[in-house]
Design a protein around this ligand. Structure first.
Ligand SMILES: Cc1ncc(C[n+]2csc(CCOP(=O)(O)OP(=O)(O)O)c2C)c(N)n1
Ligand SMILES: [Mg+2]
Length: 554
């Protein structure tokens, strides 16, 4: 005999869960109590805000491919955590959010902190469910795990009524997880796709998703290189393909470089693998027209819900990315020049002028490209600063990028903590804007307690730069709600036990970063960035002047 909380935790252990990120609440005491018996097997990583905890779980899912677990209390806890659910959905990564619920005998009365989870998360999560009967915990957990990890991976929300967790049950815990094989393409579908590519003059591959295996990535690279087809990663998935491969031509994301736009617009055949065609990747659904792109589209996805969702493909193939990549055979055509042009343009995109800033990020990124180990993990939230880790780093086979497709500020630090929890031996560098950092800087405490401190680079320009840029474009000179008064970030970091330094000159960065790498307490480097250095190639004043010239705000 067990209670619901014990059955839940034993089943999670059987599924292979190693860490759960959360903030405690009286609504799920039985789960916390059960975790007491499993310390060292399934650890509770105590977070400071449910937003941070949920970001950590989402990042865990992105990094490991296993559902990131998040435990939060009802009402106020879960509403805080919702940002991570939204992010996991937009990122298509597996996550399971376990949340307390009022007892079943008072449900529906708007009891204390009550939320109708199915209604609130029904459209935000991949699946939202409530477990009414402790006997059904193993069944629903098994389904949640499979739901989170298969097809298009995503977040599952499971509500746990308090009386269900304390009820005793004779149901047996799960003994393990289901092994689910990816859907594989039929031989005819592969032949048809290869025939379409072979007939192309300017083929392009678009790849997406964080659910690639080593073998799948290797097979895709082998195919792309042998066929000499240029490949572009969709928004913030550029770490999934070896950037040092000659076929890699960049990322179709926010602030899309002109050469990537040209590759997508001018391609005559596009093989899109695992992509959901978000707004950023399509430049606001303009690079491919809805619903019939002029490009011949071959859309491969494991989920039947994604194929034809926005674009009617000429050929849709329901297949997992790895199974599909494994089935490919090289095709040959006369497009080597087209590929080489894309590659050269990507290489050239690393050249940028000297920045009008005390610390020049062009130089900082050139330094980081030299000194970071091959398996470094970079993270970021949202802001103009993300251009540096996203567009000025070269991700080799082992490097990883944890960056939110939801554009959620505050993701970078929790993601870095999760990465450090998952891989303590790897170098993890969080890039944070001054605004971005302050969305979740309390998680410095989580990292300190868990012994999972990353290196944090704060790109401190004193403004909500992204919004300021929009402001200058729309209403030049009318600065409103975008200037920040900041605390001394080094003092804040030191209070949490970190090595911390303010860096005010580019030439001081290499030594400061070396000290950060050597620090066993994690490090926060507060970089003095001029608000003028708002984009790599256009200053704040230039944005304003251009907008005035164009008559904006007049
Ligand atoms: C949670 C959240 N709130 C608000 C926004 C809107 N937003 C996008 S970028 C940005 C400013 C980011 O400022 P900062 O982190 O300082 O980076 P900077 O642009 O200055 O480099 C804001 C407010 C958002 N994306 N996410
Ligand atoms: Mg800023």
């Amino acid at each position: 005999m067990r209670n619901g909380g014990q059955l839940l935790v034993e089943s999670l252990v059987a599924l292979g869960a190693k860490k759960a990120f959360g903030v405690p609440g009286e609504s799920y005491l039985a789960v916390l109590d059960a975790l007491h018996d499993w310390q060292g097997t399934l650890d509770f990583v105590l977070c400071r805000n449910e937003g941070g905890a949920a970001f950590m779980a989402a990042a865990w899912g992105k990094l490991t491919g296993e559902p990131g677990l998040c435990l939060v209390t009802r009402g106020p806890g879960v509403t805080n955590a919702s940002i991570g659910v939204h992010t996991a959905m937009q990122d298509s990564v597996p996550m399971i959010l376990l949340v307390g619920q009022v007892a079943t005998d008072m449900r529906g009365r708007e009891a204390f902190q009550e939320i109708d989870y199915r209604a609130v998360f029904g459209t935000m999560a991949k699946w939202a469910v409530e477990i009414d009967d402790a006997d059904r915990i193993p069944e629903i957990l098994a389904r949640a795990w499979t739901t989170a990890t298969t097809g298009r991976p995503g977040p599952v929300v499971i509500a746990l009524p308090e009386d269900m967790l304390t009820a005793t049950t004779e149901a047996a815990p799960l003994l393990g997880r289901a092994k689910v094989s990816e859907p594989a393409p039929t031989a005819e579908a592969v032949d048809e796709a290869l025939a379409l590519l072979a007939a192309a003059e300017r083929p392009l591959m678009l790849m997406a998703g964080a659910n690639w295996t080593e073998a799948g990535r290797g097979a895709l690279r082998g195919f792309a290189e042998a066929s000499d087809i240029p490949l572009v990663a969709t928004f913030r998935f550029q770490d999934q393909f070896d950037n040092f491969s000659a076929v890699f031509c960049g990322e179709a994301g926010v602030g899309m470089p002109p050469h990537v736009k040209r590759l997508i617009t001018n391609a005559d055949v596009i093989l899109a693998i695992n992509a959901r065609f978000g707004e950023m990747t399509t430049d606001g659904y303009t690079l491919l027209s809805v619903p019939m792109p002029k490009q011949t589209l071959i859309h491969v996805h494991a989920s039947d819900r994604e194929i034809g969702k926005i674009y009617r493909p000429v050929l849709g193939i329901q297949a997992g990315p790895n199974a599909f990549a494994a089935a490919l055979r090289p095709v040959r055509g006369g497009w080597a020049g087209w590929r080489a042009q894309g590659r050269a343009a990507w290489e050239a995109s690393f050249e940028a002028p000297v920045q009008p800033s005390p610390v020049d990020m062009v130089a900082v990124m050139a330094h980081l490209r030299k000194v970071l180990p091959d398996n470094a993990i970079l993270t970021n939230g949202a802001g103009n600063f993300t251009v540096w880790p996203n567009k000025f780093f070269k991700f080799g086979r082992e490097a990883r990028l944890l960056a939110p497709q939801s554009g959620a500020m505050g993701y970078g630090l929790p993601a870095a903590v999760a990465a450090k929890v998952a891989c303590p031996e790897r170098v993890v560098v969080c890039f944070a804007g001054d605004g971005d950092f302050q969305m979740s800087c309390q998680e410095l405490g989580t990292a300190m307690q868990a012994g999972a401190q990353p290196i944090v680079l704060i790109l401190n320009n004193g403004i909500y730069g992204t919004i300021r840029a929009h402001q200058e474009r729309n209403d030049p000179g009318r600065v409103s709600g975008t200037t920040m008064e900041n605390p001394d970030f080094t003092m804040l970091a030191k209070a949490y036990g970190y090595h911390a330094e303010r860096v005010e000159r580019t030439e001081d960065f290499p030594a400061a970063f070396e000290r950060a790498l050597a620090s066993r307490t994690g490090a926060v480097l507060d970089l003095d960035i001029s608000p003028e250095a708002l984009t790599p190639r256009q200053t704040l004043s230039e944005i304003r002047a251009a907008a005035r010239k164009a008559g904006a705000g007049a």
